[in-house]
Write a protein that binds this ligand. Sequence first.
Ligand code: HPA
Length: 275
Amino acid sequence: MTPLSKASLIDQAAATIAHALDDRKPRVAIVLGSGLGRLTERVESPLHMPYGPLPGFYPPSVVGHAGELVSGTLGGVEVLLQSGRFHMYEGFSAQDAALPVRCFAELGITTLIVTNAAGGIRRSFKPGTLMVLSDHINFTGRNPLEGHVLPHETRFPDMSVAYDRDLRAKAHAVAAAQGVTLEEGVYAGLLGPTYETPAEVRMLETMGADAVGMSTVVEVIAARARGMRCLGISLITNPAAGTFDGVLDHAEVMEVAAEAGERLAGIVEGVVNAG
Ligand code: HPA
């Protein structure tokens, strides 16, 4: 796809969403990870926008992901939720995966909150642990900024503080007020769809990663290229391969995500309300 057609696909999708939003003007977008879709139930005056008519948005193929944007208010603050992401392991390019975030930027959204399910590398992490991202390692081998520079983006975005310090501090304050334990650490984003081998997990641990997953990094890269403030929270659904005596199973990952999802939803709502 040429750079121009990429840009126009983003423009077309953003225009379609803007039309549906009418006079709603969300400034915060929230990307919901595997099994975390229940945050949509907390949204008041919801406006559901299924992906079908949105250019560049495809029906999800992964269990646990809906395929819709939901606008509404969370504790009185206007938000836009993305329920269902485009994973590169499904065959999507990094540009496909980052298209929603680029649309959000076109719509005037300045804050991006990304959530995901992840495997815990840090030995003290148990299933259900919540971890705010201090940083990430992009190990997917892909980058959504490859190719020509798109309008409103910079060629070499600074990634020294990819995850906004102020938002991280707010997340910790909100968690403390809610009596919820919130860890902080480095997320390694891999392509997937296989879970890691124990040797890969040992390598990631040596590199300084605390959690591992198959999403988030390309979205945050695109968001940073557009100057958006980012907050990332991982829900640790399982110990990473080789750090425990067992095998990994997507159904169990989904179960933990559903159980702990309420705690994560509470933190996200609190951060949104903290402004
Ligand atoms: N590895 C990668 N992605 C994941 C995992 C994992 O162990 N758990 C949930 N998403």
